[in-house]
Design a protein around this ligand. Structure first.
Ligand code: WT7
Length: 639
């Protein structure tokens, strides 16, 4: 299937895509200097990009000075103080709380002063381990206000994962909640935090927000958010920040076991989030915008908080899940709040479609204008479902490709401008120059129709500048395979129209339900189990999750395979990473296919996991070729 849909509605801001695109590359400095005017600067920059990919040292707007929180709050107050900044859709069905820009300003001011009263200074790192509650947004903007660097850890991560991240960034303060509430279930966030920071003297305080009435075990370091924040003034003078001062660290998985803390800086990141939020969603003042992601991932950073708030939008923060209490939850929110722009992940859409179309009958969704998708390739079938059934064929559908590292959307249709092809992220945004290189040798594919590894040829303002504390790893991971280019880790096809089709990761990273996980990270958590000798994790095609997690496990001598062992192995992953990383299939076996030098042949494991038993390639180099046959026989018995 290779259908196309013409753009909806009259073209918005950018009538002539090609002309603007060419200008944005040819006059890149002028283009970004012009775009930079959308922010409020304390001192406007005169420079755009400096540095390059050869040296892996690049900066944007370096002589500019601003404060991110001024851009997200203060500058809107003269005309919009009574407009709604956030609508908190609570876990409980039908419960909403609205926070105006004036209230946001006061809450952020108080929170910022609270952090200062605890000794937080410019450049200090603050860890936020919170559910989807307004205090999370206050804390982010409070950090930005005083120049502290936030490091948000998704509240689904385990104590061990949280611990690693707090240690890596040396956070002096952790803000958490007594409990989180999600899908009617309670999550003991404070307890997890206590476990995570045991023995960490450098953590000075834990600030506890009270989402529920539950009492928790309070320690000497603990501070109650509600008690301290009311003592503060609502006014906090914003810190003047240099454009390249850090704004936040966000950890993501790579091909080694240790997560990487991507560092994003102030001006370039904010500008890019702000600009793309308006462009890609065709955001217009007064619209209600609902991104259903969690703020713990980059999507929430850029497109729930920084992008929308810098544009004075009304942004919905959703605390629950798409299935709670039933499979029409998103649609009810859309009707209740008259949402015009809705942004979610294919995995959520597949989950909902699988529940049956009758769940679409309890809502009209007639306010919708733009539908967005992010996080993984969207299969054409679900694209069509989203477009026809959810959007009644009236909406632009934007399949947005980007990454934690890119800070914002790089490849996406523009509503009213780009034609849409189900399954394709379509064309690069302005100022973005993708190239496709031959994976084996890095040769740039100059033909329009091409396939290979997706790279970026030039920097854009939203790009992460480094891995916190490990610039060498930043260079190694992204700039060493193909000299002079940023390597994304994704495979990609380009069709005869020049449209991009992302095919998925070509490194050892899995994209499972839109959550990014390193196979090495999962293997590390599995072998923590004392019964396990060896583990190899690969992805396989999964109807709902896109990619499912398939773990091959070899047990220690003398340990018998059993259902209990499999449960234990899953529990090890939950403990080491979090529930969302738990393997879908655990395949207990006696040996892994290895080369004579001891390298596990993942290519073979991937095929067997996908039940592809032919075309396994040359297996003669294996040290024990008969393992393959055994694995195939075992695989046939696993559903
Ligand atoms: C990886 C980045 C971007 C925010 C959420 C994920 C995959 C992302 C798409 C898309 C195909 C996509 C890529 C990418 N991905 N969006 N529209 N089509 N694949 O951020 O956790 O950093 O993961 O997600 O594989 O490399 P992330």
């Amino acid at each position: 299937m290779n259908r196309t849909y013409e753009p909806k509605k009259a073209p918005s801001a950018q009538k002539n895509y090609l002309k603007t695109y060419e200008h944005s590359l040819k006059h890149n400095h002028d283009f970004w200097m012009e775009t930079s005017k959308r922010l409020d600067w304390i001192k406007a920059p005169t420079k755009s990009l400096e540095g390059n990919y050869e040296q892996v040292n690049f900066k944007w707007f370096d002589d500019g000075v601003l404060n991110v929180s001024i851009n997200c709050i203060d500058r809107h107050l003269p005309t919009k103080k009574n407009e709604v900044a956030l609508i908190w859709a609570k876990d409980e069905l039908g419960e909403y709380e609205r926070i105006t820009y004036q209230q946001l300003s006061e809450n952020v001011g108080r929170c910022a002063n609270m952090l200062k009263s605890l000794g937080v200074k410019k450049g200090d790192r603050v860890c936020l381990y919170l559910p989807m509650i307004p205090e999370l947004v206050y804390s982010m903007l409070a950090c930005a206000r005083i120049g502290a660097v936030h490091s948000i850890v998704f509240a689904g991560f385990s104590a061990e994962s949280l611990r690693g991240r707090i240690e890596d960034a040396k956070c002096n303060i952790v803000i958490t909640a007594n409990e989180g509430k999600r899908g009617g279930k309670l999550i003991p966030l404070k307890q997890i935090t206590d476990d995570a920071i045991a023995g960490f003297d450098f953590v000075k305080n834990v600030i506890v927000v009270h989402r529920t009435d539950a009492k928790v075990n309070y320690q000497k370091k603990d501070v109650k958010y509600e008690e301290l924040v009311v003592k503060q003034s609502a006014e906090c003078k914003p810190e003047s920040m240099k454009a390249e001062d850090p704004l936040f660290i966000l950890y993501t998985s790579g091909s080694t076991g240790k997560p990487k803390g991507l560092l994003h800086t102030s001006a370039g990141y904010l500008l890019y989030a702000s600009y793309t939020h308006e462009l890609v969603f065709n955001y217009k003042p007064g619209q209600i915008y609902f991104c259903a992601a969690d703020i713990g991932w980059v999507t929430g950073h850029s497109y729930i908080v920084y992008g929308p708030l810098s544009n004075a939008a009304t942004s919905v923060i959703f605390e629950s899940t798409p299935l709670y209490p039933a499979a029409d939850r998103y649609w009810k929110i859309i009707d209740d709040l008259k949402v015009q722009i809705f942004y979610t992940a294919p995995t959520a859409l597949r989950t909902l479609a699988a529940q049956g179309d009758e769940w679409l009958n309890t809502s009209k969704r007639s306010s919708l204008e733009v539908l967005g998708s992010v996080g993984e390739p969207i299969n054409p079938e679900i694209w069509e479902w989203y477009y026809h059934k959810v959007g009644h064929e009236k909406c632009s559908l934007v399949d947005t490709w980007w990454q934690t590292e890119t800070g914002g959307i790089l490849i996406s249709p523009i509503p009213g401008v780009t034609k849409m092809k189900p399954g394709s992220a379509t064309l690069p945004l302005f100022g973005v120059e993708p190239i496709i290189v031959q994976a084996e040798n890095g040769k740039i594919q100059t033909e329009i129709e091409a396939q290979g590894a997706l790279c970026l040829k030039r920097s854009w303002p939203g790009q992460a500048r480094t891995i916190y504390g490990d610039h060498e790893r930043f260079i190694q991971t992204y700039f060493s395979q193909y000299k002079g280019f940023y390597f994304t880790g994704d495979g990609c096809n380009r069709d005869a129209d020049g449209f991009y089709w992302i095919t998925g990761r070509i490194d050892d990273v899995l994209n499972c339900s839109g959550h990014r996980l390193g196979t090495a990270e999962i293997e590390g958590a599995i072998v923590e189990n004392k019964n396990v000798a060896e583990a190899a994790v690969v992805g396989y095609s999964h109807d709902i999750k896109g990619t499912g997690i398939y773990a091959y496990v070899v047990l220690q001598k003398g340990v018998k395979a059993s259902d209990d062992i499999i449960k234990e192995i899953k529990a090890s992953v939950q403990k080491g990473i979090g529930k969302f990383a738990s393997p879908d299939i655990v395949h207990v076996t006696t040996g892994l296919p290895k080369t004579r030098s001891g390298k596990v042949m993942r290519r073979i494991l991937r095929k067997i996991a996908c039940s592809e038993f032919t075309g396994l390639g040359d297996i003669s180099t294996l040290s024990e070729p008969n393992v393959v046959e055994l694995l195939i026989e075992e695989r046939k018995k696993i559903k």
